[in-house]
Structures are given as C-alpha cells and as structure tokens.
Design a protein around this ligand. Structure first.
Ligand code: NAD
Ligand code: LMR
Length: 333
C-alpha cells in the first residue's frame, strides 16, 4: 500500500538553522532524500545562517541541487530569522555556538540564551500554527526552555530537544557489551538533560531471547562504566575529532523527527516539556520515554516503576536543569 503523505497537497516547509554547519551537512541530504518525512513527501527547505556564513551556505545549496533529490521542491536561504521561520511546519534548530574542547556546557548558556530568545520571538510570529520544533544547539534543553518562554503561541508540546543521540549511543553500547545484534535490544531510555548528568536507564530494557537487562548487566558495571561512558560520550567525540559529533547527531535528528511525526512502535526518548510526571517541575524541558503516534502526537510513558538507584540519578539531572533554567532566565531579564 502506498504510504500516505503528512501533507497530501503540498511540500512540508522545513526550516533548518545553522545550515552551513557540520550537523546540517549530514542532515540536509537525509531530509531532502526522504528519510525523515517519508519517501513520498516533497520538502521545501528554508535555511538560516548568520550573514558571514551565507557564502558557504550557497555552496551547500549548490550541492543539494547537484544531488538531484526528486523530493526537494525548493531551497530558500536567509540570515533573517523571521523570514526563515515564515510558515514553517518543522523547525530544526542547530544554529548555536558549539562547545569547544575543555568548555563546560554551562559556559554556553550566556552565548546561546540570546540566540534562542530572538528565534523564539521569530517563531512565535512567523511559523505555522502547529509548527514542530527540535532544538539541537547546546545546551539543548535549556535553549528549548528559553525558546518556549518567548514563543507562547507555539503549543508547549511542540517544542522538543534532542536526546535521541544519547539513546542511540546507549543501545549501541549495550549491544556491543553483550555481543548481541542491535535490533534485539529494546527499551533503553534517557532521562533528564542532554549533558553529563543525563541518566541512561537500562533497567526496563531487555534483549530479545536473552532476558532483562537488569539481569544481564550488574549495577556496578552500570554505575562505574556504562552510565559515565554515555554521559561523557559527546565530550569523548570532541576530544577525538576536535569537533562535536555531527554524523551521529544528524542521524539522531532524523530518528527523532521521523518517529515523532510518522509514529513508532517502540518507546523513544525525547526532551519535552514536563507535565509534572515523575515529580519533574512542570514546563522543564526534560528527557522522558515517550510513545509517538503518526501525525506528531506523543504521550509521556507514565507507568514505569523507578527504584532508588534510578531516582537518585533522575534527581541529579533534574536539579541541574532547574539551575540552568533559572540562570538562563536571569541572564535574559
Ligand atoms: P557548527 O559550528 O558546525 O555549526 C553551527 C552553525 O550555526 C554555524 O554555521 C554558525 O554560523 C551557525 N549559527 C550560529 N549562530 C547562529 C544564529 N544565531 N542563527 C543561525 N545560525 C547560527 O556546529 P554543529 O557541529 O553543526 O553543531 C550545532 C550545535 O549542535 C552545537 O551547539 C552543538 O553543541 C550541538 N550538538 C547537540 C547535540 C545533541 O545531541 N543535542 C549533538 C551534537 C551537537
Ligand atoms: C554530543 O553529545 O555529541 C554533543 O552534545 C557534544 C557537544 O557538546 O556539542
């Protein structure tokens, strides 16, 4: 049966900020090639960059043209946020000041809060009424919180931040540790902040045919090895590449948007505004396990039992996010 399109009568308008950067270079072909919004959905791209990067962005546009993607309907480039977000159905916010080696994510708060305030205001006035937003630029959760604060017209549920990369990293590490195919590993969740306090939770997970991860991995391995490895994976990539992850980040953005808009049979992790679930302050952009259904709907999974071990980690990451939120709002006031 032919796959139905998200927008049967027109292309989907997708705004990507930081479009001349490294994540965009890996992501744009996935979007224009049909991997994100489906193999039959035409796409119009609206690409935002700072003025100084527009010449480089023109080169990216030439390459998009040279890919001859049948689904790519149009490409528009600008350095004006209001023009970029005009009528967009999806906004992918990559544009930010990237963390350099040795920098803590919190150092980025000040540099980025101003960018996300301006972009929140622009989205508020220009985007389609039901725009779906994913923030990737770090500190992603708090940038998304700032954006939400300045975009009251955008439904709160539609503003998300990327923690799917952390989930993918965790699934991959478990599969490698246990020597099993990735496809057999399920139900690994990320809680909290996309930072070194995040809690990668395997305690509800399993390996098909082998059993529960809580029986296959002991807590000392989780505490001393697995959890810190996932928490620090972004920093490890930066130390090795001298640049932050890009290919894997683009792949995770693709997974996040695909599952959010087209639905997924699996529970997936996304950072979304808390509705008070698991005691997390309402409105905090916090990574939870979610069920997504086609059309851009999701629900936080509510029925999970969290033992003391998990609760201890979740408290640490929640407290970091509350402090980041307060700091960002103070910077802006
Ligand atoms: P990059 O430096 O290669 O690209 C960022 C681009 O954003 C640059 O081209 C820059 O000119 C542009 N930019 C800066 N300010 C802008 C603004 N106000 N409006 C529009 N564009 C602007 O960085 P990258 O490697 O593509 O990474 C982008 C962001 O994603 C960084 O903040 C990085 O830390 C973050 N990141 C997040 C995750 C995650 O899982 N959440 C993973 C990897 C990277
Ligand atoms: C990652 O997890 O790879 C990035 O968020 C690292 C970073 O700070 O850019």
């Amino acid at each position: 049966m032919a796959e139905t399109r998200l927008f049967p009568d027109r292309p989907i308008n997708v705004c990507v900020t930081g479009a001349a950067g490294q994540i965009a270079y890996s992501l744009l072909p996935l979007i224009a090639g049909g991997k994100v919004f489906g193999r039959h959905q035409p796409v119009s791209l609206r690409l935002l960059e700072i003025e100084a990067a527009l010449p480089s962005l023109e080169g990216v546009v030439m390459e998009l043209e040279d890919c001859a993607f049948p689904l790519l309907h149009s490409v528009f480039i600008t350095s004006d946020a209001r023009e970029a977000f005009r009528s967009c159905d999806v906004a992918v916010l990559l544009g930010a000041f990237p963390r350099k080696q040795g920098m803590e994510r919190k150092d980025l708060l000040e540099k980025n809060a101003g960018i996300f305030k301006e972009q929140g205001e622009a989205l508020n006035f220009e985007a389609a009424a039901n725009v779906r937003v994913i923030v990737v630029g770090n500190p992603a959760n708090t940038n998304a919180y700032v954006l939400k604060h300045f975009a009251p017209n955008v439904p709160e549920k539609n503003i998300t931040a990327l923690t799917r990369l952390d989930q993918n990293r965790a699934v991959s590490l478990v599969a490698r540790k246990l020597g099993v195919p990735l496809s057999k590993v399920s139900d690994i969740y990320i809680w909290g902040n996309h930072s070194s306090t995040q809690y990668p939770d395997v305690l509800h997970g399993s390996v098909e045919g082998k059993g529960k991860l809580s029986d296959l991995l002991d807590k000392s391995y989780l505490e001393e090895n697995f959890i810190p490895t996932i928490q620090k994976r972004g920093a490890a990539v930066i130390a090795a590449r001298k640049m932050s992850s890009a290919m894997s980040a683009a792949n995770a953005v693709c997974d996040h948007l695909h599952d959010w808009l087209l639905g997924s049979d699996s529970i997936v992790s996304m950072s979304v505004a808390s509705d008070g679930s698991y005691g997390i302050e309402r409105g905090t952009i916090f990574s939870f396990p979610l069920r997504c259904s086609r059309g851009g709907n999701y629900e936080i999974v509510k029925e999970l039992q969290l033992d003391d071990f998990s609760q201890r980690y979740i408290k640490i990451t929640a407290e970091e996010l509350y402090a980041e939120k307060a700091e960002a709002l103070a910077l802006l006031s």
